[in-house]
Write a new protein. Sequence first.
Length: 434
Amino acid sequence: MTSLMMILGIVVFVIGLLFSIAWHELGHLSTAKLFGIRVPQYMVGFGPTIFSRRKGETEYGVKAIPFGGYIRMIGMFPPGDDGRIAARSTSPWRGMIEDARSAAFEELQPGDEKRLFYTRAPWKRVIVMFAGPFMNLILAVALFLTVLMGFGISQQTTAVSSVSKCVIAQSENRDTCKATDAPSPAAAAGLKAGDRIVSFDGVKTDEWDRLSDLIRANPGKDVPIVVERGGQDVTLHAKIATNQVAEKDSSGRIVEGKYVDAGFLGFSAATGVARQDFGQSVSWMGDRLGEAVDSIADLPGKIPALWDAAFDGAPRQPDSPMGVVGAARVGGEIFTLHIPPTQQLAMALMLVAGFNLSLFLFNMLPLLPLDGGHIAGALWESLRRRLARVLRRPDPGPFDVAKLMPVAYVVASVFICFTALVLIADVVNPVKIS
């Protein structure tokens, strides 16, 4: 049964992956057709074609390798300086430029002269290239809202799961009390598992983060604590101890391996599934967006640890970069967890949503061959044309993005190497959520 559920989880993720890719390319396709650009191909996947069908002037199909997709637009790059596609050069860099330019004019048909991508106004090209990543952002937001407001998310509550018998510094990483350890304030006050803390020092506490901050901020203080026990409110009194506890960052998340001296009561909070309202959901998504941006910025610094995990048997870090294979494996693990099916589905949707958020951010990097590179080229063309008009100089014409193809090949090579490293790590030393 476990193997069957693992396979089911992988299948669910792969379906979500394929839909995300198709959804991304649909953004490019719909806006390109809106602006009259001819699109010969719309493909989900790479490699050999499994299925295709032509409708109108566009061939729609699915390819064997589900690691991406593309649409092919006529005239992605302008012709050479002589108005024609330049002859093949023996220079490797020049060859890259001319190969890209030639590919942009494949399948050119009579009447296509006015349907070329590069002939569209820069703002239209920006919309066409931005539409793909934007579709991923829309899908991510829709999935996040569905889970947060529909299913709810697992989070710590103000209910008491267990009470610590003594005060132990969290950095000591032990559970057994020593004779020299002082009793915990929670135990001394008579706090019991199953209690729900209603207020702390006169402040209502509906959320765990609020309660945690209040406890941390009042070391050494005698405080009244109102708990709900058996349907009745009971008032307890505790003197908050000073203890070494895990540090929190500005967003309230625990910082691994760092500790501070703060107030300590001595109990474990129970977890529960709670639906979020729209405002809470927006705030939650804002936090995740900031974390995703930070993760992309931190990618270069994580490569050494990723290499060690792939080739030297070092432990795989929980925040290690993860590829499609690793994400599929995590998707499979989700369906083997001993949690309600609704929460399994919610976690799977969260995984697909996070994948789409990463696709959006990654594709917006201003580097060719990513969508952001084409957006940057169109914006640069618009800027220099405007400057030419202001300075009363001749129109410089379209910006030849093809001249940046050597850079694009370097970026693509780095990306391929990084993808291969992540793939090896995902196979030999995968990230595990269980």
